[in-house]
Design a protein around this ligand. Sequence first.
Ligand SMILES: Cc1cc2nc3c(=O)[nH]c(=O)nc-3n(C[C@H](O)[C@H](O)[C@H](O)COP(=O)(O)O)c2cc1C
Length: 208
Amino acid sequence: MFKLKIIIGSTREGRNADAVCQWLLPLTQSHGDFDVEVLDLREWNLPFFQETIASVGDFSNPTYSDPLVKRWNEKIREADAYIIVTPEYNRSMPAVLKNAIDTVFFSFSFRRKPVAFVAYSLGPTAAARAVEHLTQIMVETEAIPVRASTLIPLVTTAFDADGQATNPITNVHLSVMLDDLAWLAKVFKNARSEVQSLPSALRIRAKR
Ligand SMILES: Cc1cc2nc3c(=O)[nH]c(=O)nc-3n(C[C@H](O)[C@H](O)[C@H](O)COP(=O)(O)O)c2cc1C
């Protein structure tokens, strides 16, 4: 079993994220390869990012500027894989989600772990542009973005009264995404058990 954290990237009242997660969670749990934990950013009321190297404190046991920031870094570190659930806000992700990613500062806790995206919007573009932005951002964290995303257009009609996907293709995309996420989680978990180099940013800094 791989430790999978599902990060819910919208926090506003009445969010469509709830309908998406009601469908996503049972299918992810029944996949069989994952020990799933939901990290709802509503419950992780992270401060607006303000860390510096000084506020990290002792690098071997960082304190950060806030105990919640420390706990968030530790929680992200526990994982073998991630699913980020995101809507599209102004052709990108919600600011609260970007802030949660930026908050994983200096611990490199996303490093060498796969991340997949479940994305939705009211319109026909299904938050594809948010996924493109997230893919770039997660590369910088040294996470491994999965090619197969699950894109959900027209989200208000995407699920029926029982929470089932109204378009069967949505389930096909999710199942392929989960298979690839599990495969990458296995490969990278094995690789992380070997001696690892320092993050590339630190190696470059050391050679300057
Ligand atoms: C601030 C804001 C910006 C948005 N920008 C876009 C957009 O650029 N493209 C799009 O397809 N939908 C856009 N939408 C519609 C959202 O994708 C849709 O409302 C979605 O349900 C939001 O997710 P949530 O309800 O879980 O917060 C936007 C919504 C908000 C609130």
